[in-house]
Write a protein that binds this ligand. Structure first.
Ligand code: FAE
Length: 545
């Protein structure tokens, strides 16, 4: 194991030289290309990596922080960009209303979740670039995911929801409920910086007019309306509203990143992890292979990991093999599942069990809009940060987030992302002829989600005398049923892994991300992903290191 103190006193140049010197023998002169890192984070790679973490989302960041705090040197490998450098307009992230080269992962045309407005298509051509939001077409469903250092935390709405305790046994039946609610959910919420909006401010803020309309309509139909915590800095948002600081939430930033205000992982878990001096991050590097290393001894460990370095056009500019004693799969539900299914099928990790690829779900996501009366404006100024929901889970199987439609103009529309109790589960499989992993999701499997969401919105429409919007997802299409923001499962806890994420069949391989959760958490998922990773890594550090 190398020590973080190797880099600290000497500054960038010397540490880079030493880094190259040490790694040259085994990994090649620029092994993993740990470029553009602050010197304190650029741990030299020695003859072997103690712990290699694939992906820098929630599962990956929890893993890196806790391992580093336990004295383990960690190398994180992330296929997306670092997102720490301003673009041509002086901002790191593009605005939701004007997607550009930064917005989509290797597409030449945007694929916006709301594809139409007033019936007209709004997608447009963009230069192909390693942008921040991946709209990954998995056959029957488009799966949206964040790409970059920070994973989904870069692009998500920041809604930080702990599921009601009573529902937890149905979500992860093998996990101790008391432990989660007494220890790991509180730990996750506190490290993520979760807090609630000031209700008095909510009642008067111009930017939450749309959510107050949502509250009024929910109440008049007898539904429970609740505030939902978030990781956005509410004081910053108040200052945005007062015109005292640059706008982010109030400028409509969300899907393609927030330039200010949102406490994404690089500001929380990852900042703490970097501060240990034991965590190095390699952006624009994609793991493509993991297999037991030849000549392994208990002292040297582990696995040969194949890593491709990408340029910003997506081309592979170098391929290297790194030896890692332990490998943590944290590439997100789709990323981890795709890797594991392929590695099992192609003989790299043949001992993985038959549960690999199974139990995938989309958290029952379905979107819709409602057309309000002229006397119910939702406001031209809408905070892009959602902070409230309508709970009809017990009676109708749906929890609807009152979502913004930050177009900058009055739309008289209420917009919702519902999480529903959709029972369908997909499976990832290897298509040898095509040489790729496929998901067997079927478009028709969204019908239960629509039926459940209608338990809320049919009633509200009946009470208010309003109708659904038909112009947001195509011409005359009510339901956004072609997508998910919340992929979950594919390497389910206590099935593909043991009860703490250790993959069956191999010592030293772990799953740490949303792939562990069997398809649905009944609310937005990242707090549960974070809390579960906290629980698992604590046990793994205690028993395996
Ligand atoms: P994730 O955060 O996806 O991180 C995986 C990382 O691995 C990514 O950075 C990938 O680029 C990287 N990666 C993948 N494959 C490889 C590879 N082969 N080599 C190297 N790196 C790789 O995983 N959830 C909420 O709770 N509240 C919200 O308000 C919310 N809003 C959302 C809005 C949008 C538009 C989207 C897309 C998602 C939203 N989510 C929300 C979902 C949430 O972001 C997601 O559940 C978590 O990010 C998943 O965390 P993981 O650690 O599983």
């Amino acid at each position: 194991m190398t020590s973080g103190s190797d880099v600290r006193p000497e500054g960038r140049e010397l540490s880079r030289r030493r880094f190259i010197g040490r790694t040259g023998s085994i990994f090649g002169a620029v092994a993993l290309g740990a470029i553009d890192l602050p010197a304190a984070a650029a741990l030299p790679l020695d003859e072997q990596v103690d712990a290699l973490v694939i992906g820098t989302g929630y599962g990956g960041c929890v893993t890196a922080l806790r391992l580093a705090q336990a004295g383990v040197n960690v190398r994180m490998v992330e296929m997306g960009m670092a997102w720490d450098t301003p673009g041509t307009d002086g901002k790191v992230f593009a605005n939701t209303t004007s997607p550009d080269y930064r917005s989509f992962w290797l597409r030449t045309r945007t694929r916006q979740p709301l594809s139409n407005f007033l019936g007209f298509p709004i997608d447009k051509d963009v230069p192909r670039y390693t942008g921040i939001l991946d709209a990954e077409d998995m056959g029957g469903i488009v799966v949206y995911q964040g790409r970059g250092v920070g994973g989904g935390s870069l692009v998500n709405g920041g809604m930080a929801v702990t599921p009601p305790r009573s529902r937890f046994p149905g979500i992860l039946p093998s996990v101790d409920v008391d432990e989660m609610y007494d220890v790991y959910y509180p730990r996750a919420n506190s490290t993520l910086g979760v807090s609630g909006i000031d209700p008095a401010w909510f009642d008067t803020a111009e930017c939450y007019g749309y959510a107050r309309v949502g509250r009024k309509h929910a109440a008049r139909s007898g539904f429970r309306f609740l505030f939902v915590p978030n990781v956005y800095d509410w004081d910053y948002m108040k200052r945005e509203a007062a015109g005292a600081v640059p706008e982010s939430a109030l400028a409509g930033e969300i899907l393609y990143g927030n330039n200010h205000g949102k406490k994404s992982l690089p500001k929380t878990y990852l900042a703490q992890a970097r501060a240990t001096g034991r965590v190095g991050i390699s952006p624009l590097h994609r793991v493509t292979g993991v297999t037991p290393a030849t000549g392994v001894t208990p002292a040297t460990g582990g696995y040969a990991v194949t890593v491709e370095q990408l340029d910003t056009g997506g081309a592979v500019i170098a391929t290297r093999t790194v030896r890692a004693r332990r490998v943590f799969f944290a590439a997100g539900s789709v990323g981890t599942s795709k890797l594991l299914v392929r590695l099992k099928a192609t003989g790299a990790l043949p001992n993985l069990n038959g549960e690999i690829g199974a139990g995938w779900g989309e958290n029952g996501n379905v979107m819709c809009g409602r057309a309000n009366h002229l006397w119910d404006p939702t406001g031209a100024l809408q905070s892009s940060i959602p902070t409230a929901g309508i709970d009809n889970w017990a009676a109708g199987g749906a929890f609807a987030e009152v979502a913004p439609l930050p177009t900058g103009i009055e739309t008289w529309a209420s917009f919702y992302l519902s999480i529903t109790n959709n029972p369908h589960r997909g499976r990832f499989t290897w298509n040898a002829a095509a040489g790729k992993v496929e998901l067997n999701w079927q478009t028709a499997w969204k019908q239960p989600s629509i039926t459940m969401a209608k338990t809320i919105f049919d009633k509200i429409n009946a009470t208010e005398g309003t109708i659904y919007r038909t112009d947001l997802f195509g011409a005359y299409k009510i339901w956004g049923d072609h997508l998910t923001y919340h992929p979950l499962g594919g390497a389910v806890l206590n099935r593909a892994t043991d009860n703490y994420g250790r993959l069956h069949g191999y010592t030293g391989l772990y799953v740490m991300d949303g792939a562990l959760i069997p398809g649905n958490v009944s609310v937005n998922p990242f707090v549960t992903i974070t809390a579960l990773a906290e629980r698992n890594i604590e046990r793994i550090i205690a028993e395996d290191f």
